[in-house]
Design a protein around this ligand. Structure first.
Ligand code: WT7
Length: 652
C-alpha cells in the first residue's frame, strides 16, 4: 500500500458501533483489557482453566531463557480429549461437531461429537498398529474431508506431532517437508474434488515418498473419489494401507495418555525470506489455551446456539487454529466445506445450515464483489450475526461491502491480524466492545502486547508508521523452528533484543489504532497465502533455460498481491521459444504448487542491481505496478531500467 492510499485510508471516518444485543451479552467486555494489563499471567491462567487438564501446572510462564517460552509448566493435557471426549462426557455427544459439505451437490455428512470421538479413537488405534509412537512425526496431505480432522486429532491423541501439507503443494514441496521433520507415516487420500472433477493426490505422495529414500514406512490412504491409484500393498511388502481396511475395523476404545503441556502438537511449514520453508513448532497446552480462548472471545462464540464456519483450508494455520483446535475445544458446531468459492454455493450453505459466524479472507470477498451483489442477495442469510476477516489487510471498500451485503448491515466485522507463528489471533476488534473502523485491525487483544516501533525500537507514537512488534510472550506463540533454534532467534528476535519482529509494517492512527501495511521483508501475500520471493526465484533458476530471476509481489485488485517475475534467459536458450512464459509458469507450479505460479513473467536482458550486486526489487515493483520508476542512482548501471521498460512497452 502506498503512503498516499494509506493517508486516505486513515481519514476514513466511518465507525460501526457493536450491535446492542451482542454488546449486552458479550463473552468478553471492556474490563478484560485492564484485568489483563494488571496481571497478564493470571489472565492467561484463567483462560487455561477453560480446558481440561490432567495435572495442573506449577508455573504459568517460564520466560527465564528467552526467546524460548514454556507455558503452563508441569501441567499435563491431551488436545484430542479436550476437542472430543470432554464434550461427550459433558452430555453433548449428540451435538453436531461438523456439518460436512462435499463439493459434489448433496454429498453431505453430519458428524456428532460422539461419532468424532469414536472415529478419532479408531484412527489412534490404527496408527498405533502402524507403529506410530509418541513423538513420531506424521505428514498429512489431504483434501477437506472429515478424515483430515480425524487424522489430526488422532495424532494429537498419541502425541505424534502432525505436519499438514496443503493439498495444492507439489510433490517436491511435500518431499522437502517430510524430509525436514522426518515423517515416517503419510496420511492422504486417492484424490479430492475440485471444480466438479476428481483430482488425484496419491501420485504426488508416491513421487514425494520416492524422493525421500526409505524414510516413509507407511502411506495411509482414505478412499474419497474412488479413482484408480497405483498401489504398493503390504501383502507384497509395500507401504500402502487403505484407511477403511485398518481404521474401520479398529476398536473405538482408546485410552488417551496425558502429555506434557510443552509436548509438540504440530509443525506447520511456512515461507520465510530464504528459499527454505520454516517449520513452525506449536506445542500443546499454551496453543490450545490461546486458540480456544480467542475463538470464544473474538467470535463471541455461544456453543449452544451458534453455527460457525471458517472457510480456510486445513492446510494453513487458520484451518488448524480456527477450524480444528479452537472451535472443537470449545464444543462448537461448525460447517466444513470441501470445495473452493463458487458463485452462489457459499451463500446457499449459509442459508441451509443457518450459519451465524462466518470467517473468511479479503481475497474471497473481493472476488464476490466483482461478481456482483445479485448473487448473495438471492439467499437468506439472516442467520449471520458476526463476520471475520483474516490473512491480509482488508481494504475499506471490501469491509463495507462485506458488512452490508453479506452481513445485512447488522453484523460486526472483526479484522483479525495474526500469523502462522503467533498461532492465535493477536490484534482484532472485540465484537461487543469496539466501534470498528473499516480497514483497521484496531487493538491488541487483552493479554497481548503489541506496538509499532522505528529502526531503534522506539515506539513511534500515534499518527506514525513503523514496524509491528510483540513485546510480551503469549500462550500460542511458536516455540522454535523445527530443528533450528538459531534460525528461530535470528529470524524473529535478533533485530531488537526482547522484541518479536513480525515482519509487517504498521501505522498507529491518532486514536492509537493499528493499521497493517503488509510485509516489509521478501515475503509476498497472495490471496492470503504466504509466499517467498526467494523460493520462487530458486524455482525459476532451477529451469535449464533460466540464468537469473527476480520476483516481486505487485498490487493486485483481487488477490492483494500477485507474483511477478523477471527472468534473464541463458544464451543457449536463444529467445526461449514462443511458449517460454507458459513453460516457466508450469515449472514453478511443478516445483512449488499452483498457488506460486507467477501472474506475469517478463523476459529481460538485465536486472537492476546495486554496486554490491543486490537486486533492487523496489524498482521492479514499480514496473510491475506500472508506476514511474523510482530513484535509480544507486544502480551499478542506471540504463538497465530503460532496457527493462522498453521490454514492457513492446510486450503484447
Ligand atoms: C501474514 C501472516 C493468520 C493466518 C493467515 C495468514 C498478513 C494476516 C492480516 C490482517 C493485515 C494480515 C500479515 C502477516 N496478515 N492477517 N488481518 N491484516 N495483514 O498467516 O501465512 O502466517 O501470514 O499475513 O502480513 O504477517 P500467514
Amino acid at each position: 500500500m502506498s503512503e498516499q492510499t494509506l493517508s486516505n485510508l486513515m481519514h476514513e471516518d466511518r465507525r460501526f458501533e457493536p450491535p446492542a444485543d451482542l454488546a449486552a451479552d458479550a463473552n468478553v467486555t471492556e474490563e478484560a483489557y485492564a484485568r489483563a494489563d494488571a496481571d497478564r499471567e493470571a489472565f492467561w491462567a484463567e483462560a487455561a482453566e477453560r480446558l481440561e487438564w490432567g495435572r495442573k501446572w506449577d508455573q504459568v510462564l517460564d520466560w527465564s531463557n528467552p526467546p524460548f517460552a514454556k507455558w503452563f509448566v508441569g501441567g499435563t493435557i491431551n488436545a484430542s480429549v479436550n476437542c472430543v471426549d470432554r464434550h461427550v462426557a459433558a452430555g453433548n455427544g449428540d451435538k453436531v461437531a461438523l456439518h460436512w459439505v462435499g463439493e459434489p451437490d448433496d454429498d453431505t455428512r453430519d458428524i456428532t461429537y460422539s461419532q468424532l470421538k469414536d472415529e478419532v479413537s479408531r484412527a489412534a488405534n490404527a496408527l498405533t498398529e502402524l507403529g506410530v509412537r509418541k513423538g513420531d512425526r506424521v505428514a498429512i496431505y489431504m483434501p477437506m474431508i472429515p478424515e483430515v480432522v480425524v487424522a489430526m486429532l488422532a495424532c494429537a491423541r498419541l502425541g505424534a506431532p502432525h505436519t499438514v501439507v496443503f493439498g495444492g503443494f507439489s510433490a517436491d514441496a511435500l518431499a522437502s517437508r517430510i524430509t525436514d521433520c522426518e515423517a515416517r507415516v503419510v496420511i492422504t487420500s486417492d484424490g479430492g474434488y475440485r471444480r466438479g472433477a476428481a483430482s488425484a493426490l496419491k501420485p504426488a505422495v508416491d513421487e514425494a515418498v520416492e524422493k525421500t529414500g526409505d524414510l516413509v514406512r507407511n502411506v495411509l490412504v482414505v478412499r474419497r473419489t474412488g479413482q484408480d491409484v497405483e498401489w504398493h500393498g503390504r501383502e507384497e511388502g509395500g507401504r500402502d494401507v487403505w484407511w477403511h481396511d485398518i481404521v474401520d475395523s479398529a476398536s473405538a476404545e482408546h485410552e488417551p495418555e496425558l502429555h506434557d503441556s510443552e509436548h509438540p502438537l504440530y509443525v506447520m511449514y511456512t515461507s520465510g525470506t530464504t528459499g527454505k520453508p520454516k517449520g513452525i513448532l506449536h506445542t500443546t497446552g499454551g496453543y490450545l489455551t490461546g486458540t480456544s480462548f480467542t475463538h470464544w472471545e473474538v467470535f463471541d462464540l455461544k456453543p449452544e446456539t451458534d453455527v460457525y464456519w471458517c472457510t480456510a483450508d486445513v492446510g494453513w494455520v487458520t484451518g488448524h487454529s480456527y477450524m480444528v483446535y479452537g472451535p472443537l475445544a470449545n464444543g462448537a458446531t461448525q460447517v466444513m466445506y470441501e470445495g473452493t468459492p463458487e458463485k452462489g454455493r457459499w451463500w446457499k450453505i449459509v442459508q441451509d445450515y443457518k450459519v451465524t459466524i462466518f470467517y473468511t479472507a479479503p481475497t474471497a470477498i473481493r472476488t464476490f464483489m466483482k461478481q456482483g451483489r445479485e448473487i448473495p442477495d438471492g439467499y437468506d442469510m439472516s442467520s449471520l450475526r458476526l463476520l471475520g476477516s483474516v490473512g491480509e489487510p482488508i481494504n475499506p471498500e471490501a469491509y463495507v461491502w462485506y458488512r452490508e451485503v453479506i452481513g445485512g448491515d447488522r453484523c460486526p466485522v472483526v479484522d483479525t491480524w495474526w500469523q502462522t507463528e503467533t498461532g492465535q489471533i493477536m490484534i482484532s476488534p472485540l465484537p461487543g466492545v469496539t466501534a470498528g473502523k473499516p480497514g483497521s485491525a484496531m487493538k491488541a487483544l487483552p493479554g497481548i502486547a503489541a506496538d509499532v516501533v522505528d529502526d531503534d525500537a522506539k515506539s513511534v507514537g500515534n499518527g506514525n508508521g513503523g514496524y509491528l512488534v510483540l513485546k510480551e510472550p503469549w500462550p500460542a506463540m511458536l516455540r522454535t523452528l523445527w530443528g533450528d533454534d538459531e534460525r528461530f532467534k535470528e529470524t524473529y528476535w535478533s533485530r531488537w533484543p526482547g522484541l518479536y519482529f513480525a515482519g509487517d509494517g504498521a501505522k498507529l492512527d491518532d486514536d492509537g489504532d493499528i493499521w497493517l501495511l503488509g510485509r516489509v521483508d521478501d515475503v509476498m501475500n497472495v490471496s492470503g497465502h504466504r509466499l517467498s520471493t526467494t523460493e520462487i526465484e530458486s524455482a525459476l533458476v532451477s529451469h535449464p533455460k533460466v540464468a537469473e530471476a527476480a520476483v516481486v509481489g505487485a498490487a493486485d485488485e483481487t488477490t492483494g498481491q500477485a507474483v511477478c517475475a523477471f527472468v534473464i534467459l541463458r544464451d543457449s536458450a536463444g529467445d526461449g521459444g514462443e511458449d517460454i512464459v507458459e513453460e516457466l509458469r508450469r515449472h514453478v507450479a511443478k516445483e512449488i504448487g499452483a498457488i506460486a505460479k507467477p501472474r506475469q513473467i517478463m523476459v529481460v536482458p538485465e536486472l537492476p542491481k546495486t554496486r554490491s550486486g543486490k537486486i533492487m526489487r523496489r524498482l521492479l515493483k514499480d514496473v510491475a505496478e506500472h508506476r514511474e520508476v523510482g530513484d535509480v542512482t544507486t544502480l551499478a548501471d542506471s540504463t538497465v531500467m530503460d532496457l527493462i521498460k522498453s521490454k514492457e512497452t513492446s510486450a503484447p
